[in-house]
Each structure stands twice: as C-alpha cells, then as structure tokens.
Design a protein around this ligand. Structure first.
Ligand code: PLP
Length: 388
C-alpha cells in the first residue's frame, strides 16, 4: 500500500460541514428514506429560461474554447456596469470572472493572506472563510454577533476590540450566511472607520445581495468613502439567478490586485467556462423580474417560518435576507443535528460549523410544505423545544 505525505496545509482544514451533511442526506435518500434536506444553500428554483437560451445560443455559436483568462470582455463590462450602479468606481479591468464565487474568494485569499497573516471573521461566518484562511497559512480573529441577535451594528465595540494594526483582512458578508442579517449602513460605516484606522483590506461578500427582505436597502461596502481602494467585492450567479451548478462568480477591486490574483487564476483554472460566461451577460442584463420573483418567494417563506416557529414556542431572530435561519437548538448542536437527520430525517447544519454552537442552520430554499413537514418531524421527536 502506498503512503502519501500530505501537506500541513491540507491537514489544517476539515471537509465542508455543509457538503458533508448534504452527502449524508443523499446517502439516506439512496436507501429510500424521505429526507427533508434543509442543509444546502441552493435555490430550489430553475435558472431563468432566457439565461438557458443564451447558453444554448452561445454553444451553437461555437463559444466552446478558452476565453481571455479574466473573462470575456462583454461580461467583465456588464459586471463593471452593475458595480457602478452600486456606487463602485470600477471598469472591466477591475473585474475577475471565476468559476463560482468560492473560487473568487480562494484566489483573493491566496493573493492577500500569507503565513501568519491575521484574518478577522464576524461570527457566525460562512464555513469556507476559515478553511481558506488556513489553506493560505493565516491565523483567525473572530468576533461573535450571536449575543446581539446577529446584528453587527450592536457588535461594533467588540469588533473594535478584536481588530488592530495587525489585522490584514476583514471579511464582511451581508446579507449573511448562515444568519440572514443585512448589516445596517451604520454598521458598515463602523467597519469603514476601523478599516481606515488600522489600514485593513476588506472582502465584502455580497453574493446574497439581491435576496433582501422587507424592502431593505443593501449598501455595497466598497461604495462608502474611504473604502474604494481597500475593498474587494465578491459576488456570483449561484444564488440570485439560481445558477449554482453553472459555476460562475467574480471579484472586483483595485486593478493591481486583480492583476496579481490573475496569476493564481491563470495557473489554476485558466478561465471560467466560455458559454456560461455568455449566459452570465444575459443573467445580468435581462432577469430583473425573475430575480425579484424568487426573492419575493424567499421572503414569503421566511414569514411563514418565523410565524410557524413562534406558534410552536420557538423565537428566532427573523432573517432579513438570503435564505437561511438560525434555529436555537441545544448546547451540543452537533448531537442535535445528528439526531435531526438520523431520527427525524431532517438535514440541517450545526451552528458550530459557522463558529456559533447552540444553533442549527436551516435553509428555506425549499417549499413551504416541506418546511412545515420538517417542523412537524422535529416536533414529533422533541427536537423543537430544546433551545440554548
Ligand atoms: C456567503 C457565501 N459566499 C460565497 C459562496 C460561494 O458560492 P458559489 O461558489 O456557488 O458562487 C457561498 C455559497 O454557499 C456563500 O454562502
């Protein structure tokens, strides 16, 4: 038997908790078990028809070869146009098109985080920020917004205490996975003040930007004065356009950064898929109605869930965007999630995967019927009353 010597780098990270649970759900389903899978962060809608048609047209037109490494000019320009509408001073040269937002983040971390560099995360934080920091050799500082109902504005003093001149990168994710909060302008200004004071680069992960509830305004962090030169804006097509499997995303920032990260990009993926990029142009330009309809459906489900949970005696911080809800469960959230999937056949992700034990993340990218079915099952197994 051969024995490999794995790198320290890969030994520092664990497999994605979200993917692990959804694999477990799939395995149970293969055995014929009906699982209500609330673990995956994937819209349950189909990609808008005109986007699919644009991909077919691009294939028919022979758009099957490599593209320029940072993306086709039409898509980079369409993205830059969108970012300018958000108040960011960007041209096509400020944009890197990637196979998914995850790859965009990976390239940014590989470019900006070195051995021993400090990355600050706001908990609960999406699982991959920690792994990407570790893969790059960085160390973590974490600020917990849980005591403040996941509201960053109330946690600004804690953030102030956590960051310093030693902090190299701060990650902000609003609307946020797993908590669904949309950070207020006052919170974002607080982030700006700290970033400027300590000369910190900020990654603003805005992948849930179009899924905002209650007509809330969503400000792009890089549009605040003082942030243009220090913000990398991350976005993608998976969530808003129901295009998870297409693998299309991007980051945008100062041209110097895009060019340097281009080395990681060029030597790892070369470019995003050609015809998918053409579909991306269509998604950006002609899907306002479809995107609004999906966002409205998520909001209706949020309303139902929060009301239904209240009826069953469980109060949760109402999500303000995205499609996730943090359910207070039990101090040992991993055991709770294991019981939820093993006994009640409801798949959720333990809060500890996001730095927030005591909670489970439920994705409400599922039909209302299935969501209510999940609550019935959890209740039948006495799993809805535990709380922290
Ligand atoms: C906060 C956040 N950022 C980035 C991503 C990456 O998405 P994708 O690689 O599908 O574009 C996800 C996906 O779950 C996410 O939740």
């Amino acid at each position: 038997m051969s024995s490999f010597e794995f790198t320290d780098r890969v030994g520092r990270v664990s497999p994605s908790a979200t993917l692990a649970i959804s694999n477990e759900a799939s395995a149970l389903e293969t055995q014929g078990v009906d699982v209500v899978d609330l673990s995956v962060g994937e819209p349950d809608f189909n990609t808008p028809e005109n986007v699919k048609t644009a991909a077919h047209d691009a294939l028919d037109a022979g758009k099957t070869g490599y593209t320029p490494s940072p993306g086709i000019p039409e898509l980079r320009e369409a993205i830059a146009e969108k970012l300018r509408a958000d108040g960011l001073d960007h041209d096509a040269e400020n944009v890197m098109v990637t196979p998914g937002g995850k790859q965009a983040l990976y390239e940014v971390f590989q470019t900006l985080v070195g051995e021993g560099d400090e990355v600050a995360l706001i908990d609960p934080a999406w699982v991959s920020y920690e792994a990407m920091t570790k893969l790059a050799g960085g160390s973590l500082t974490r600020v917990d917004t849980t005591p403040y109902g996941f509201h960053l504005e109330a946690a600004l003093e804690d953030l102030q205490t956590a960051v310093s001149d030693e902090t190299d990168l701060l990650v902000v994710n609003s609307p946020g996975n797993p908590h669904g909060m949309v950070y207020t302008d006052a919170a974002l200004r607080g982030v700006r003040d700290l970033a400027v004071e300590h000369d910190i680069t900020v990654v603003s992960d805005e992948i849930y930007q179009q899924i905002v509830h209650d007509d809330r305004e969503m400000t792009s962090l890089g549009s605040l004065s003082g942030m243009g030169d220090r913000t990398i804006t991350l976005n993608g097509f998976s969530k808003a356009y129901a295009m998870t499997g297409w693998r299309l995303g991007y980051f945008a920032g100062p041209a110097e950064l895009v060019s340097e990260a281009g080395k990681v990009h060029g030597h790892s993926v070369s470019c995003a898929t050609n015809f998918v990029q053409h579909a991306g142009v269509e998604a950006l330009r002609n899907t306002d109605e479809a995107v609004a309809e999906m966002a409205a459906a998520f909001e209706r489900r949020r309303d139902t869930l929060v009301a239904e949970l209240a009826d069953r005696g469980v109060d949760v911080p109402a999500p303000e965007g995205a499609f996730y809800l943090m359910l207070p469960v039990a101090a040992d959230d991993q055991a709770w999630c294991a019981e939820a999937i093993g006994e009640a056949h409801v798949a959720t992700v333990p809060g500890s995967a996001f730095g927030t034990p005591g909670y489970a993340r439920l994705s409400y990218a599922n039909s209302t019927d299935r969501l209510l079915e999940a609550f019935d099952r959890l209740e039948a197994h006495d799993l809805l009353t535990a709380g922290v």
